[in-house]
Design a binder for this molecule. Sequence first.
Ligand code: PAF
Length: 289
Amino acid sequence: MIIAHTIEDVRTRVKQARAEGKRIGFVPTMGYLHDGHLSLVEISKQQSDFQVMSIFVNRIQFNDKKDFESYPREHERDFALAKSAGVHLMFLPEEEEMYCNQHTFVEMESLTEHLCGATRPGHFRGVCTVVSKLFNIVQPDVAVFGRKDIQQAIIIEKMVKDLNFPLRIIIAPTIREEGGLAMSSRNKHLSPSERIRALSIYRGLLAAKSLIESGNRDVRTIIAAAQSNIESSRPEKIDYIELVSYETLAPINIMNQRAILAIAAFFGTTRLIDNMLIEKNGEHYSCVL
Ligand code: PAF
């Protein structure tokens, strides 16, 4: 695995791979890799020949300085995992090169107004800006994002369409730990007891799934079922439990379309997010966690 620290080095290596007729796959990350990230590489490998991963803890997408500073960083461990997963080129941008007197930012309307966009001001401006820069540097044919961050994945898909980036976005399934906790680099911060309490997010989603799949269409009842499960494990704070349209990410009152049940809650000082995709097939709904 080649490790590149400069934009120029990445461009040279990718150009070389492309000259050899290879399709470029890209998995952008903030590091502290887990099986969720490695599953994104697996999916990328099915669609491309040369795997690029980036690790960059992107300061401008953090609305909380402490969260940025405490974000777990362990490069040697990440390199070993990425290499064994089949990454060919690891890009570790330097902050000074990425944000050298930057005056241009990518801002998206409407889809960013809800869920994490409402609770983390400026977050998606930071994500869209860094992902645009990374796409322009790496110039991949495909890029893979996890469904755990479903709002991010939908926003990036839309940005790629709106700004005519010549690449395809793949949204990959959520990978869960035993017990159902969605894998996240932030799980590292959970104490053993917080980790047990955090399983209530998954139980909340399962309770909602069972209601929806047995024919309940009342959004308030569905949300209440998820909420009572989560509240029973005494989260420090619930940022949101919302049932939103897949198309607009705006809350809906009645189940009549493809939708998402999305949750963000704090256990201890750790903010966790998770969601469930609600697929509509005619009059029948099925839920994917
Ligand atoms: O999902 C993440 O890890 C980050 O938001 C991303 C896409 C790498 C941009 O910094």
